[in-house]
Each structure stands twice: as C-alpha cells, then as structure tokens.
Design a protein around this ligand. Structure first.
Ligand code: FEO
Length: 423
C-alpha cells in the first residue's frame, strides 16, 4: 500500500498544503444508514502561510493519534493560528478538544450555526475557551501570503456546514460536500480505485434531501477557479475537479421530464389484498382527475419496488397511500416506500391515506402519522372503509380525490376555526 496507509506522515497537496487525515478501511457501516464496502477516510488538512498555520477540520476521536502524528510531521502546535471547522459532526470534530488543548492560541473559524452547536459538543472543562470567529460567504482570514475565504453552504448536510477556499492556490475544502465513503491510501482521484458508485451513493443518501441547498452551494462554487477539491471523506479530487461540481448540479436538478410543468401532480400508491383498497384508489384517482389542473398517477405497489419511485415522489406535489390493515398495521410494501422517504425532501407536500379494513383499521391512522412526521400537510381526514366499499363509500373516495385536487390547485379555502366554538 502506498505511503498514506503505512506511515503517519502528512501527504502534500501543494507546497505548504498537506493532508493530515486518517484512514478507516475496516468500517462497514457509517451512521447506521450507510454501507461502506471498503471503509472510509476522515480528511483533515493543514495550510501554511508566512504568518501562521491553519488546520482545516480534524478526525473521528479514535483516530486522533494518527491525525496528531501527521500534523506534527508538518507543523508545530505553537505555529497554529487558525482552526477552521467546516462541519461539526463527530467524524470531523472528534480530535478538536485535544487540538484546542495543544494549540490554545488558535482562533476558531466556523459558521454562526456551528458556534451555537459547538456548545453542545464541547462541554465546559474549566479551561479558557478558545476565540471563536463566526464567518460567512466572502469573509477571509490572512495566513500571510495565503488567504482562506469562506463560503456559507448550510444544510449539506447539517445546518453548520461551510466550505473554505484557499484563494491563491485554487484549493477548495468542502467538508462532506463532494465526499464519499471510499478508503484508498492512494488518496487522489486519479490514483485510487473506481469510486464512482460510492460518490453517487453518498450523494443519494446524504445530500439528496437538501438538493435546494446543493444548488445554492454550487452557485457559489461554480465561479471559483478550482485546481483541487479536498472533501472530508474519500478521494481528493485533483483530476478534473470541476466534473464533480457539474455532477452535483446534475444530481440536484429535477430528473423527470417536466411535461406537467403547468399542472400539479398527485401520485397514488396502493396495495390491495382483495381488490377493495384498489377500488378505493381508482375512485380517488377519478375524483382528482375530474378537477382540472392535476395530473394523477396510480401505482399498485404489488408490481413495483420502493426504490424506483423515489424520483417520482420527489417531484410530486401530492402523495396518497392506500393500504389494507393486516395485523393492526399497514402492509410492508407501504412501509418500504414510507421509510425510503428519508432520502428525499417531502416537507410541505400534500399527503393523504385511505384503505379497506376488516376489524380495526389502524393502517390509515398509522400512515397519516408517518406523513405528518415527515412534515407533509395532511389536511383531510383519511378514509377507512370496512371490507367492500359500496357505491356511497366509493363516492366518498371520489370526493376525497376531488378535495385533494382542490388543495393542490389552490381551490380549497383554508379551514376557518371558530375559537368560540372550541371554548
Ligand atoms: Fe462526515 Fe457529516 O460528517
């Protein structure tokens, strides 16, 4: 294995700029939700100027010894004037308390949200608190002949996140942005193994829910002259770094053909044991279609897998879910879709639930709870129908579809609550 895997010396990115991170090749699961087939890396960096040294991010606490060994190979602690925190998640801030003890003179540059979060991360020790400098886009710190300029890029993927640009060298330190869980001691994107799947997987699971913020960040990054992108995980992107910026823009841009630009979209998912919930779904769809301006799509989850609907869900304005109740619960294909929604932003979308039941009919309420938990709007009470829907009950389903369509097209008046009646 090349040098970074076997030694604890820093790796040069440019004269006076070094990687001082740590490799974690045996990790197989990150933050519970991400598979890491060949581990990950925690990338931290050192930038030397004529009047000081900056450390950008640290590593997970258990790898602190490696980080400090690499740091000591290129700088003394009393030279460190600046610590930049691009992101506070413990995989990048784990060695921070010890770094602050070893370099107490350093000023800490971070976003204002990070400063608030840091209070919870660094419990009071009785030692003198470091000097924190909240920064935002275009704020700079001069290291002497080298300038660090900050970019405010929040919610990628925590509220605190920011990027740091080394102006004279065109190096961009991006935290988790453009990162991936891919451990390879060769470090650079033009020397490591093929990590494309990991880059895409990381985006889909970490950045995708925040795609509007991705586009805001890309708008700040695209005008920069970039020679190298140094993320906090995975390969350092020195070959064609701008390709990765372009890819992020592609990934964050809506993916479906936009035929329905002038229409609202309602997607109805259902699954049906004996055809009763299916008849409800069809009636609901017919009701929604009767109201102009809504494109309605109907899917039986018995014939699909939850993953293939992700783009559709992300683009939809409204989502309705129909499930029978079996063993006092909604059925698994419905939960598979509902659990997959953590990777897309459905906040504010219109939601509804319906279903046929035999005894107790809990599925509809459970689905509604989940939709509300995802911060969707659920203004209409879900429809539960015992066993076989009759003509009148199908008319209720149709009416629910009509009301959903009216909500989507702005034809539904907000409910007025008479406070006196509540007293
Ligand atoms: Fe790599 Fe969000 O921590």
């Amino acid at each position: 294995m090349p040098a970074a895997g076997l030694t604890k010396t820093a790796v040069e990115l440019a004269p006076g700029v070094h990687w001082v991170g740590a490799l974690d090749p045996h990790l197989r699961n990150f933050d519970i939700i991400l598979k890491t087939a060949n581990g990950t890396s925690y990338n931290a960096y050192v930038v030397r100027g004529e009047q000081g040294v900056a450390v950008i991010d640290t590593v997970k606490e258990e790898f602190a010894d490696t980080f400090f060994a690499r740091l000591e190979s290129v700088a003394r602690y009393d030279e460190i004037t600046v610590i930049v925190l691009n992101h506070l998640e413990p995989d990048h801030s784990g060695a921070l308390p010890e770094l602050l003890r070893r370099a107490p003179q350093a000023r800490v540059y971070l976003s204002s949200r990070a400063q608030m979060m840091l209070k919870a991360l660094l419990k009071p020790t009785g030692e003198k608190a470091p000097e924190y400098i909240p920064v935002t886009t275009d704020d700079e710190v001069d290291l002497g002949g080298r300038t660090l300029r900050f970019l405010h890029t929040p919610y990628l993927h925590w509220p605190d996140t920011q990027c740091t640009y080394l102006v004279e060298d065109g190096l961009l330190f991006t935290g988790d942005i453009f990162g991936c869980h891919f451990c390879d001691a060769r470090l650079f994107n033009d020397t490591v193994g093929d990590f494309r799947f990991s880059f895409e997987y990381y985006y889909a699971h970490i950045m995708r829910p925040f795609r509007e913020y991705v586009l805001d960040a890309i708008a700040l990054i695209e005008p920069l002259a970039i020679n190298l992108i140094a993320p906090a995980h995975g390969p350092i992107l020195r070959h064609a770094p701008r390709d990765y910026v372009h890819r992020y823009r592609e990934l964050a841009t809506p993916r479906l053909f936009n035929e329905a630009r002038s229409e609202k979209t309602l997607v109805i998912f259902y699954i049906s044991a004996y055809g009763n919930t299916r008849r409800m779904a069809e009636a609901l769809a017919a009701g929604a279609e009767a109201i102009g301006g809504v494109r309605v799509s109907l899917y039986d989850l018995e014939g699909g897998e939850s993953g293939i609907f992700t783009d559709l869900i992300e683009e939809a304005d409204g989502l309705a879910f129909g499930s029978p109740t079996i063993n006092a619960d909604a059925v698994k294909p419905i939960w598979d879709v509902l659990s997959s929604l953590t990777t897309v932003n459905v906040k504010g979308k219109l939601g509804a639930a319906f279903g046929s039941y035999g005894w107790s009919g809990e599925a509809v309420r459970l689905i509604e709870d989940r939709l509300r938990g995802l911060k969707m709007r659920v203004p209409l009470e879900g429809l539960r129908i015992k066993l076989v829907p009759d003509a009148g009950e199908l008319e209720e389903c149709r009416s629910l579809g009509e009301q959903l369509a009216r909500h989507l097209t702005g034809q539904m008046k907000n409910r007025e609550i008479d406070l006196a009646a509540l007293a």
